[in-house]
Design a protein around this ligand. Sequence first.
Ligand SMILES: Nc1ncnc2c1ncn2[C@@H]1O[C@H](COP(=O)(O)OP(=O)(O)OP(=O)(O)O)[C@@H](O)[C@H]1O
Length: 605
Amino acid sequence: MSQATKMRRHAHKMRRQGIQPVVVIDKDDRFPDIAAVIIGRFLWRYRSELAPVYAVVALALAGAVLHATHAPWWPYILAGATLAAWTLAMFGERVGLSLRAERFYAAAVALGGGMWLAAATALGLAFAPLPQVLLFGGFVLAVPWWAHRRRRAKVRVERQLAAWPEIAHAVGLAGSRVQSAVVDVWGWRARLALARGQTIQDVVARVPAIESALGTFRGAVRVQPTRDDKANRFELRVLDTDPHADAIAWPGPSVASITEPIDLGPFEDATSARVLFLRRHALFGGVAGSGKSGGLNVLMGNLTACRDVVIWAVDLKRGMELQPWAPCIDRLATAPEQARVLLRDAVAVLEARAAWLAARGRRVWEPTPELPALVIVIDEYAELADEVPDTTADTDSIARRGRAVAVTLIAATQRPTQKAMGKGAVRSQMDVRVSFRVRERKDVDLILGQGMLAAGWHAHTLNAPGKFLLSAPEHDTPRRARAYLLSDEAVADAAHRHAARRPALDEVSRTAIEEAHAGVALRSLNGPEEPPSVSDVAEPENRPETVLWDMLSRAPDEGIPVSHLINATGMSRPWIYQRLRELADDHRVTQVSRGRWRAITEHAQ
Ligand SMILES: Nc1ncnc2c1ncn2[C@@H]1O[C@H](COP(=O)(O)OP(=O)(O)OP(=O)(O)O)[C@@H](O)[C@H]1O
């Protein structure tokens, strides 16, 4: 073994023991050997920064060799480089070049390098101005490389990981090894293997020491079991920035179908709080200003992007919160009577779907754009229970029987007391609970369920709007998440974009609603002997058809805008246009100007 190798080993051993080696050169040692080691180490350590230099040297060498041995090959080199550049630009994503700028950069390097190599092969390295072109071109193409943020982050992480054996030794986890690592926007995560006898609990106990050794801020390191739950593995999450430090802009919908889990926002460790809403009722709770409506906005942004969901909504705060989503909402009830009709119709849909499934020997309604799920979003649920207490029977029905037929409720409320939630089963049927900040400790159990406060779900300590705890079948530990924030413009933009892709309710459901309405109309014609029951569709004067005709008859000469008709009846735009068309065919209404209608009075006829 050479002297230098022996010294290297010795120095390494000393470093592991926390002793900084000091190099002593005696007269027998060969200084150049050590200098070569130091230079070699420098070249290796800074290989990422020096990559452009290596590339230039490699090109020069290749050019010299190819010119001497295979000068006629230059057309093939040119063709190969062009093909490589095209492949990188078109398919670079498959080799990790996720941004378009990165793909174009890689293509430019391949093409530039290939063209130069072809020229050098044909003409020789010294042919002017090939050397100058190589140096100047190499420098120009190196600038984006040196400036690239993701590459620099990756290098930083690689260096930290290279130092892991020393860190592990310093914090008392000697022998643990890094298996893999990935860099993301918030920091990096690595999978590590533990040495014999070490446990994840040992690692958790040493988190502050690891933070100190890595030089991160306090709270930046999280330790979790790996997905395969192996006792001798763990995942180390290191955050460069606290994901919850600032409001997090909504990155756009995370789903295209309700069969996929929806991303509400990141947990503190930057993993996504994804939760499935298919066949599940959900409760969003939290005091005023806790970000509940913001959370509903994230949900709406995703639901409206799903082509297999029809959205109905009840917003008795006169539609303030959900109104911006109106273009995507099939039916929006902003008045108590509309809410009553809407929920009654939802029960009719539920029953018709159940019967349709039973007739086909099927158990569950699988949502598709043709047979969409029906999601009913109720903001300020307490107002509904207060103002229209007789809807309780219908919300109960939906809560109990809606899952299989994909008719589900999403309720938001400030304090889901028994009174606010009605007497029924609604609260106990909520499968997904999202708790924003609550005022008092006891409210935790109201939103998240009995015993949750004692189990460590401390929603009263959430310290910024938008922060929430999520309880769902796939989320059974209290972890803080923060909802994405949608600006008013983002809501308007998403509502506008998604409006064109909304599905219509299926035939089975539509027929059920029409029959329910016709049934009520018939009963009301039959007179007082057969009065409608409490849970029947609204009084005849509140039926959407009656409201529509009433508004049209009272419309001014310049007509009434369709948007007013939608608001007043709580029905969808297509429904309104269908009725207007029928009335126009009967010569009972006329279109005064674009989007404005009124009834044709006898005088006008
Ligand atoms: N996810 C979020 N990230 C950062 N800030 C948020 C977030 N959500 C809400 N906020 C801020 O908190 C304020 C109140 O939010 P929001 O209106 O959603 O609360 P709320 O609980 O719905 O209140 P209310 O019941 O009165 O409607 C917003 O104006 C916004 O500035």
